[in-house]
Design a protein around this ligand. Structure first.
Ligand SMILES: NC(=O)c1ccc[n+]([C@@H]2O[C@H](COP(=O)([O-])OP(=O)(O)OC[C@H]3O[C@@H](n4cnc5c(N)ncnc54)[C@H](OP(=O)(O)O)[C@@H]3O)[C@@H](O)[C@H]2O)c1
Length: 318
């Protein structure tokens, strides 16, 4: 099968399309014929090995696993021993290992039926950004009339967080570039701050919670715009040093008092995929797919993700 691989760390020049053997299936594993695969910042981190502290987990000198890609939508091709939830021919979406390929291996509990009202491309734009947004939104607690700011609002995670918060009763301030203002308003944002023109912590704004998926401001600056006892959720960013990356901001947060600062890491969850699927089918949530690239152009897709001139999500098709 054709698969995108990288055998060393680096920018998109290290990506190749290779012929690999089809994966073997262990207990509880499923082989999915990939129809579309999502592109997330996670793959940029895995591709570059940055921040370098991550290499402790992914391989010190070079990546242990050459393949990339988690988000998947497709059709079940084969099932391994003990699989009961899915059957050959099912149309599914969810989290896989090595989805930037013609076939991907997945745990059966991390796949769910593809929402019938979504194309495969739209469905592949959901999993990681969707469950991350959902789990971050849950951290806010009750949402009715709460003032919540979302940074990175025009990106993958942000575009789902804005929709979920707004549909569930929060007053949402979306922080994004001016080019994405109209996009986030259509997703339900009540107020939009162009971070290039205006500091979102100025102007007397006071938030119950800030879901920070951009990392553009120091933790201490956010503190002045968060109500006492409110939440600052550090969701991630590509800013910070090459060793610790966004974890540097978590270190800053040790010295902050009066607000709850949470370093947040989402985990793939079948139950959350099911909740997202229900929201997509009811119309509470819409896929924010905006660009589709062929597998062979995975490098261009990652460069586009980094440039962030598109709203919402990018996917690959084999
Ligand atoms: N914690 C977790 O478990 C978890 C899970 C998934 C992703 N993440 C992290 O979350 C972050 C967002 O992921 P994503 O997939 O949504 O990435 P994405 O699609 O690239 O979105 C990031 C967005 O941030 C915007 N942005 C850049 N600088 C900004 C600033 N100073 N203020 C506000 N917005 C800014 C960019 O567009 P504009 O500049 O045009 O507004 C872009 O739309 C990444 O750092 C990713 O690694 C964390």
């Amino acid at each position: 099968m054709r698969a995108v691989v990288r055998r060393e760390y680096g920018e998109t020049g290290v990506l190749r399309v290779d012929e690999l053997d089809e994966p073997e299936l262990a207990e509880g594993r499923v082989l999915v014929r990939v129809k579309a695969a999502g592109v997330n910042m996670a793959e940029w981190h895995l591709m570059t090995g940055l921040p370098s502290i991550a290499r402790l987990a992914f391989g010190l000198a070079r990546p242990r696993n050459p393949q990339l890609g988690e988000d998947v939508s497709g059709v079940v091709e084969r099932v391994g021993p003990g699989v009961t939830r899915v059957a050959v021919g099912d149309e599914v979406f969810g989290s896989a290992a090595g989805s930037w390929a013609e076939f991907a291996r997945a745990r059966e509990d991390l796949l769910r039926p593809k929402p019938a009202n979504l194309t495969f491309e739209e469905a592949a734009a959901i999993p990681m950004a969707g469950y991350t947004a959902l789990q971050a939104v849950r951290r806010v607690g009750s949402l009715e009339r709460r003032q919540v700011a979302v940074t990175g609002a025009g990106g993958g995670v942000g575009s789902y967080a804005v929709q979920l918060l707004s549909a569930r009763g929060a007053r949402v301030t979306a922080v994004c570039s001016a080019a994405k203002a109209e996009f986030v308003r259509r997703l339900g944002a009540h107020d939009v701050v162009d971070y290039a023109a205006t500091d979102p912590t100025d102007g007397g704004r006071r938030f119950d919670a800030v879901l920070d998926f951009a990392g553009g401001l120091p933790v201490r600056r956010w503190k002045r715009a968060i109500k006492p006892g409110g939440l600052l959720l550090l969701g991630g960013s590509e800013q910070g040093g090459t060793v610790l990356g966004p974890l540097g901001r978590s270190v800053q947060s040790v010295f902050v008092r009066g607000v709850r600062v949470v370093t947040f890491l989402a985990t793939a969850s079948g139950d959350d995929l099911a909740e997202l699927a229900a929201s997509l089918e009811s119309g509470e949530l819409r896929s924010t797919l905006s660009q589709v690239y062929p597998l062979a152009e995975a490098g261009r897709a990652v460069d586009a993700l980094r440039a962030a001139t598109h709203p919402g999500k990018i996917v690959l098709v084999p």
